[in-house]
Design a protein around this ligand. Structure first.
Ligand SMILES: CSC[C@@H](O)[C@@H](O)C(=O)COP(=O)(O)O
Length: 369
């Protein structure tokens, strides 16, 4: 497995629980944030060591790290790192955390996990501001590590719940990358796939390539292949073909933000896949931690959609596909209405959207918040 890995030396076991690879870790011995540079995958495995919060913000903006939970965890570590560097009094400390938090928050607008993690770190900063610098840094680092550890546990919990819905022997389709690379470890949609594979339910996975940034082709296939889970890459335009032939039994994707009514924002192309699954009566499901649910956003129309650069559509690497000067559009996410989603797997239970449940309606259940 992963014979070509060059892992950075860590002074302890990674919180992601994987020595094979990790998307993000914090190294307390050096106060560095370590990121696997996902822009280079699958051809090169290189880790970056980040020493300042603005380097962390840059890394999120430029897609060194991506995926909703992973960017939230990375931002939390960026603020913990800053807390370990800031020696000023409480007011100076809170000012520095506030400025860095706003810069991190401005990097990517759609994934609510980013704002959620920054807000949680800001609350901790307010609680510890009056402590000695070393003591408040220790508390900030512990909070970021808790966010990381809780995310891995959430992925495993939702994976176990979702796996039960995967029909025995199914071919499962997924879109984008909602795996260990996109989370603290294990993955959301790929967590369901990992758990279902361990239960012997999965014949193979079809990974949509996910134009234009190709997270499915570059990242999902890499993760699954090196985990020994059978995977085939298809172009996004092939999904209707395979569904029409009855070759797909289950669909599971991640999410960047889920509105109070159950509408799901995820990587561009998800909505089309959901419509096709609906037309062919194939269960279309979503796996996401509770930190992806934004109950202050009433429905999908209120979710901000990130517009990314023209060049990601007009070029593949150095190859030009669209002549200079011809405009291209690039919404990076779309919204799938709740009515097309059969179920949402979370660490707090399953939201049966197909049976009319919503995030708002299930919070009254005993195990829900
Ligand atoms: C567990 S990750 C869920 C989503 O963040 C994922 O499906 C996705 O859309 C990622 O988009 P990206 O633009 O690569 O950050």
């Amino acid at each position: 497995m992963l014979a070509t890995m060059r892992l950075p030396e860590l002074s302890r076991e990674p919180l992601s629980g994987s020595r094979a690879f990790f998307a993000v870790e914090y190294e307390p011995a050096t106060n560095e944030v370590l990121l696997l540079d996902q822009r280079l995958l699958p051809t090169e495995i290189r880790y970056l060591r980040l020493r300042k919060a603005d380097e962390v913000a840059d890394a999120i903006r430029t897609m060194v790290v991506r995926g909703a939970p992973a960017i939230g965890i990375t931002a939390a570590y960026g603020l913990a790192q800053l807390a370990a560097q800031e020696r000023g009094d409480a007011a100076v400390f809170l000012m520095a955390i506030g400025v860095a938090g706003r810069a991190l928050d401005a990097t990517r607008p759609t994934a609510v996990n980013l704002a959620w993690a920054i807000a949680r770190m800001a609350r901790t900063a307010a609680d510890v501001a009056k402590l000695e610098p070393d003591a408040r840094a220790t508390r900030m680092i512990a909070e970021a590590e808790a966010i990381h550890r809780e995310d891995v546990a959430a992925c495993k919990a939702m994976g176990a719940l979702g796996a039960k819905d995967v029909p025995m022997g199914a071919t499962v389709i997924t879109h984008c990358n909602a795996g260990a690379l996109a989370t603290g470890g294990y993955g959301t949609a790929l967590g369901v796939i990992r758990a279902a594979h361990a239960e012997g339910r999965i014949a193979k996975v079809l990974a949509c390539e996910t134009r234009p940034y190709l997270q499915g082709a570059r990242l999902t296939s890499w993760e699954l292949h090196h985990d020994g889970i059978p995977v085939e890459v298809i172009t996004d335009s092939m999904t209707g073909h395979f569904l029409s032939r009855g070759e797909i039994g289950f669909a599971v994707v991640g999410a960047d933000r889920i509105a109070a009514n159950g509408d799901v924002a995820n990587k561009i192309g998800t909505y089309g896949l959901a419509v096709l699954c609906g037309a062919h009566e194939v269960p279309f499901t979503v796996a996401a931690p509770w930190s992806t649910i934004d109950r202050r956003t009433p429905d999908g129309s209120a979710i901000p959609i990130e517009e990314r650069s023209r060049d990601e559509v007009a070029k593949v690497g150095a190859s030009v596909l669209v002549e200079d000067g011809i405009p291209c559009r690039h919404p990076a996410f779309d919204v799938t209405p709740a009515r097309l989603v059969r179920a949402i797997y979370t660490e707090r239970g399953v939201i049966r959207t197909g049976a009319g449940e919503t995030p708002d309606s299930v919070v009254r259940r005993p195990q829900m918040p």
